[in-house]
Design a protein around this ligand. Structure first.
Ligand code: TRP
Length: 339
């Protein structure tokens, strides 16, 4: 049973179902979501339809990660009584709203979206951009507005998508001559995106530079040992750099004892502190952080029927909400509707 408080502001977050969640997600918005569940009405969207926009050749990946991510949500402490966990492909109103919104955005505007531009480049699509991929900002606008979300926790790279969502919402409101869709604000974490363990900008499974929330003790230790530090910090006595040093970036993101981290930093800068010592400290921090999540995950994996029932209930609930927004919009715009 999902407990709704209509007075609470609405939050929508989504994850493409292309892989298990990792420490980057935890630092990025999972911790924020765990906090927001106490004060906001929160919807967690398993974005399998959006995942398909660049994975049409990898349907198995998109399918198998639906319940993996739902399991991750529950394992980090997102409470199914306080959050609605729902499956995008099973919310037909989202697809219908997407079709509608595509008439309120131009191809040129979609092509100019900085997120889309970067992602097209990163994926090496060249001229072969899947049409579904190009228009995913309109689909994401449908996601956000269908729930009437006003807060959207996302990484910095997604900010232009929220901006475009608001443009579409304003055009719809102007056409309907009533403020039916609220505008949304992106909630972007201050620490920025967590780099991969190899120092690359992004954690991704294909680069092998991630630490999953299901990582074993040995996997965590191996990942920390291999972490990119300061390549010029060769001898223990050498002064070291903190900037761009992944070990310290991770400590900033996850260590609770900030004073201790500051002590490590100044000692490292001064010289005389070896990488292995700092890494041992980070290893302790990450082991303590991940152990309870991994254990809860393992427990949930033994009960897939339970996880499935949470997604079913949440999707049922979300279907009603998104359908209601769809119908309101059809009426406000004055479209023909068979009652
Ligand atoms: N595009 C988001 C990402 O890649 C995932 C997503 C889909 C999303 N629908 C959403 C995020 C709605 C927030 C709100 O991370």
């Amino acid at each position: 049973m999902i407990i709704e408080d209509k007075a609470q502001p609405v939050v929508l977050t989504g994850d493409r179902t292309t892989g298990q969640l990792h420490l980057g997600h935890l630092a990025g918005s999972l911790h924020t979501r765990v906090r927001l569940q106490e004060t906001h009405q929160q919807y967690l969207l398993l974005a399998d339809s959006q995942a398909l926009t660049d994975n049409a050749n990898n349907i198995e990946k998109v399918r198998s990660n639906v319940l993996e991510i739902a399991t991750d949500y529950l394992a980090v402490g997102l409470d199914p009584r306080k959050n609605t966990i729902c499956l995008q492909s099973h919310l037909p109103a989202l697809a219908e709203l997407t079709m509608l919104y595509l008439n309120f955005v131009t191809v040129a505007r979609l092509e100019r979206n900085p997120t889309i531009k970067d992602e097209i480049h990163a994926r090496g699509f060249g001229r072969d951009i899947p049409a579904g991929f190009l228009v995913y900002p309109a689909a994401q606008a449908a996601d956000i507005t269908a729930f009437k979300a006003t807060v959207v926790p996302v990484g910095e790279d997604q900010a232009p998508i929220i901006e475009q969502t608001n443009e579409i919402a304003r055009r719809i409101n102007r056409t309907a001559k009533v403020d039916i869709l609220p505008e949304a604000s992106a909630m972007i974490p201050k620490i920025g995106r967590l780099p991969g363990t190899d120092g690359r900008a992004k954690m991704s499974k294909s680069s092998g530079n991630t630490i999953l929330l299901s990582a074993t003790e040995a996997e965590i230790t191996a990942a920390v040992r291999s972490m990119y530090t300061d390549p010029n910090h060769i001898q223990v006595e050498d002064p070291g750099r903190i900037d761009g040093n992944v070990v310290f970036t991770f400590l900033d993101a996850f260590a609770s004892d900030e004073k201790e981290v500051e002590r490590f930093k100044s000692h490292y800068r001064r010289g005389g502190l070896g990488d292995s010592k700092v890494k041992r400290y980070l290893d302790d921090v990450l082991q303590a952080l991940i152990a309870p999540i991994r254990d809860e995950r393992a427990r949930l994996k033994k009960d897939p029927g339970y996880v499935l029932s949470i997604v079913e209930q949440g999707t049922q609930h979300a279907r009603e909400i998104t359908q209601k927004t769809h119908d309101e919009l059809v009426d406000a715009l004055g479209l023909f509707r068979l009652s």
